[in-house]
Design a protein around this ligand. Structure first.
Ligand code: NAD
Ligand code: SF4
Length: 434
């Protein structure tokens, strides 16, 4: 199948980012802002759901669930309040697309929220932002205030009879609160831990009411679909993964940052945008969508970065957080750092993840300190096998991804580290043998 290259129609989502005062209502309105809302309110909620379905918009938070299908799970006859909750808890290592979007163009998210709420018959919308992201929270609050003053929020929006209130809520900086049901618990004032699914949020979400949780980028894409139409949206990306996407590129590249390109763009093409490898030092490994997605190597430069392409090549698209590492980086060291992150962020609800991530970190720390044995590699894989598919939520599966893929592609490097072992088995923190 031929895949599109960097499309001349981009940028879409980032087109206002470099305009002066791009975050203000004035600039937003000058650049077509809130025109999609007028169009959306002139139609019916069900027409909007069908439009988003036919555009093929897939969730931009990592899992890629079709957004229009998710919206269609919301009851059509409200017997309880309906909620739209925006997951702005962007926490996946390497992911930096939602925060820049909220900083540069908060009104695109707000306009998307109003349209999506109308489509799902929701009169309440919460935007749950990472607690550490103080500037985006302030900027969003200012934009929400502007939208109320202009009549885009509140009662009888633009004379349509539709009411909507938006609340910006600051989280407390726990990675697990990016998991949608832990996020809902956190919003309800409880300790953020995942709930059993089903029931999915559309059946019983916030305060046990019908709720849809969508990612920031997903909802910010909606006004463009309303204005451009489904066929236009499908001119970008592949058949099953259409549309533009913001890739966040970090690590050993000349120009790290956010790059918008159609889904299906390859790392080779993204590297061109990002100025190539830093100082010309060759690529060693990279992640297509954050550390929870299995790593790739230089062999995967031409893998189309969409949901199907990444999966066919043995990974996942995830959050399109492309972290690039050159030949100077030790794979076991990088894997250890990621594992320490998961150990720290494990919420502790289920045993495989709570105990397993702790154990994995111990073994990797021992290895990196030069006290590992060759058997430790099998131990790591065995623990990973007992976490994957046996954990309560996706954090457990994600935690093993860097280890399993790191050993798959760089086993020799792990072995070499173990061969250098001079001190025998050692627990981290034990004094050095003299
Ligand atoms: P998931 O596949 O379980 O669910 C995705 C969405 O689809 C959810 O909203 C869920 O409610 C809905 N859904 C799935 N099946 C459904 C069904 N049968 N009926 C109704 N709704 C259904 O994935 P997840 O656990 O929500 O997310 C995992 C992903 O999150 C990972 O792939 C990872 O890439 C990503 N992630 C992102 C970040 C970030 O910072 N953006 C952080 C960590 C992980
Ligand atoms: Fe908590 Fe980890 Fe279990 Fe998820 S997999 S519920 S984060 S302990």
């Amino acid at each position: 199948m031929t895949r599109p290259s960097i499309s001349p129609v981009t940028p879409v989502l980032t087109k206002r980012w470099l305009s002066p005062n791009s975050w203000t209502l004035r600039t937003y309105e000058q650049l077509e802002g809130y025109t999609a809302l007028r169009k959306a309110l002139a139609g019916t909620p069900d027409q909007l759901v069908e439009l988003v379905k036919s555009a093929g918009l897939r969730g931009r938070g990592g899992a890629g669930f079709p957004a229009g299908v998710k919206w269609s799970f919301m009851p059509k006859e409200p017997t309880k309040p309906h909620y739209l909750v925006i997951n702005a808890d962007e926490g996946e290592p390497g992911t930096c697309k939602d925060i820049p979007l909220m900083m540069a163009d908060p009104h695109s998210l707000i306009e998307g929220c109003i349209i999506a709420s109308y489509a799902m018959r929701a009169n309440h919308c919460m935007i749950y932002v990472r607690g550490e992201a103080l500037h985006p929270i302030r900027r969003l609050n200012n934009a929400v205030r502007e939208a109320y003053q202009a009549g885009y929020l509140g009662k009888d929006i633009l004379g349509s009879g539709f009411d909507l209130d938006i609340v910006v809520h600051a989280g407390a900086g726990a990675y697990i609160c990016g998991e949608e049901t832990a996020l809902l618990d956190s919003l309800e004032g409880k300790r953020g831990q995942p709930r059993l699914k089903p029931p999915f949020p559309a059946a019983a979400g916030l305060y046990a009411c019908p709720t849809t949780v969508n990612n920031v980028e997903t909802i910010a894409t909606v006004p463009y679909i309303v204005n451009g139409g489904a066929d236009w949206f499908r001119t970008m990306g592949g058949e099953k993964s259409p549309g533009p996407k913001i890739y966040s590129i970090s690590g050993h590249v000349e120009k790290p940052g956010q790059y918008e390109a159609p889904l299906g763009t390859t790392l080779r093409e993204l590297l061109e945008l990002a100025g190539g490898m830093k100082d010309g030092i060759p690529l060693k490994f990279w992640t297509p969508g954050g550390s929870s997605t299995p790593m790739f190597t230089a062999e995967h430069l031409d893998v189309p970065l969409d949901f199907e392409g990444a999966a066919e090549a043995g990974s996942m698209l995830g959050t399109t957080a492309v972290m690039v590492f050159n030949e100077t980086v030790s794979v076991p060291w990088a894997v250890m750092k990621w594992t320490q992150f998961y150990e720290h962020e494990s919420c502790g609800k289920c045993t495989p993840c709570r105990e397993g991530t702790y154990w994995l970190a111990q073994v990797l720390e021992r290895m990196v300190e030069g006290h590992g044995t060759q058997e430790d590699i099998d131990t790591l894989l065995d623990i990973c096998d007992n976490i994957f598919g046996r954990s309560f939520c996706a954090l457990g599966d994600g935690a093993v991804s860097p280890i399993v893929s790191g050993i798959k592609y760089f086993r020799e490097e792990f072995l070499a580290l173990c061969r250098q072992n001079t001190g025998g088995m050692k627990n981290p923190g034990e004094p050095e043998l003299v």
